[in-house]
Design a protein. Structure first.
Length: 316
């Protein structure tokens, strides 16, 4: 009997993982449709991620700057004007974006204030962003699950990778070493301890990778709209607590939330990572535009070494 117990526990864990995967699989078609709609909207609203750099395609002319080599001058264009011009090419080298979606139990929470769970919204944004990035010539990967790829069917590939993943679902990404110039996107409710968050992004930023952190929250987690006798159950098995007059807890709760978020922001600032808060009662398009605008900024420059710039928090 003593030998059977570990096997029984393993069997229960496998069955639970399979159940979660099937639940996710049943939602994937809807999420893919929404992601394609969002991606199409964003693609139509973008003018591309063009920037100067090595490549073959013409991008723009700019004025010649003192101190530049004379061979940079485009003499044919300069002959038409009183200024010297340099012909710039478009930067074409693709780089890698690593995406991590928190699929821990707390992400399944949905209040009556929104129709989207945190997990579903995070998946829609990650699917749509993958589509936009691949169409822009970039590569998308998932740490320990999917190598960077520019596959044309990237949404389906990402979705299938996540559906067939029966491993444990931690809140934060695993320790891996993204290369310099690559970027990391983390979508999570970020209810993990600050020490864990600090350790995670410190490891990811060690080689100079840039990062973008999005805290995905339900509106009820922001406003604490509860009153009267309410039982609060921790979604990851840590028990429950009952409030006799929940409205009396609102001030303390919101103060704790503000302190936690300030600590998250401070950790992001230390490494020059961006920090954004997204509520699930708002549309995903605004968030997608914001993330896309931040990605690739300065990617053809030297790798980032913290601290050199500050992160900003925007509610999208």
């Amino acid at each position: 009997m003593a030998d059977a117990l570990p096997n029984d526990k393993e069997g229960v864990a496998v069955q639970a993982a399979v159940g979660v995967s099937r639940k996710l699989a049943s939602r994937v078609p809807r999420l893919i449709l929404e992601a394609r709609r969002v991606a199409t909207t964003v693609i139509h609203g973008l003018h591309g991620r063009r920037r100067a750099g090595s490549g073959e395609n013409f991008w723009q002319y700019r004025h010649f700057a003192n101190g530049e080599p004379a061979q940079n001058v485009d003499w044919r264009r300069s002959a038409r004007d009183d200024h010297l011009y340099v012909r710039e090419r478009e930067w074409e080298a693709s780089h890698t974006i690593w995406m991590w979606v928190d699929r821990s139990p707390s992400m399944d929470f949905t209040s009556s204030l929104t129709e989207w769970s945190k997990l579903d919204r995070a998946l829609v944004v990650s699917f749509a962003l993958a589509e936009v990035l691949v169409q822009g010539g970039e590569r998308v990967g998932i740490p320990e699950l999917m190598r960077p790829t520019s596959n044309r069917n990237i949404i389906e590939k990402v979705a299938q990778t996540l559906v067939h993943d029966t491993s444990a679902r931690p809140s934060l990404p695993p320790n891996f070493a993204p290369a310099p110039f690559s970027e990391v996107l983390l979508l999570s409710d970020l209810w993990s301890p600050i020490a864990d968050f600090r350790r995670t992004i410190g490891q990811l930023a060690a080689n100079g990778a840039r990062g973008h952190v999005v805290q995905v929250v339900d509106p009820a987690e922001e406003t604490f709209p509860y009153s009267g006798r309410v039982e609060f159950t921790e979604s990851e098995g840590l028990g429950s607590v009952t409030a006799g007059r929940a409205e009396m807890w609102r001030g303390d709760y919101q103060a704790l939330l503000a302190n936690h978020r300030a600590a998250l922001r401070a950790e992001c600032e230390q490494f020059g990572w961006s920090f954004t808060v997204h509520r699930t009662d708002r549309g995903p398009t605004e968030l997608l535009f914001a993330i896309h605008a931040r990605m690739g900024a300065g990617v053809n420059l030297a790798p980032h070494r913290p601290p050199s710039r500050t992160a900003t928090e925007e509610t999208a």
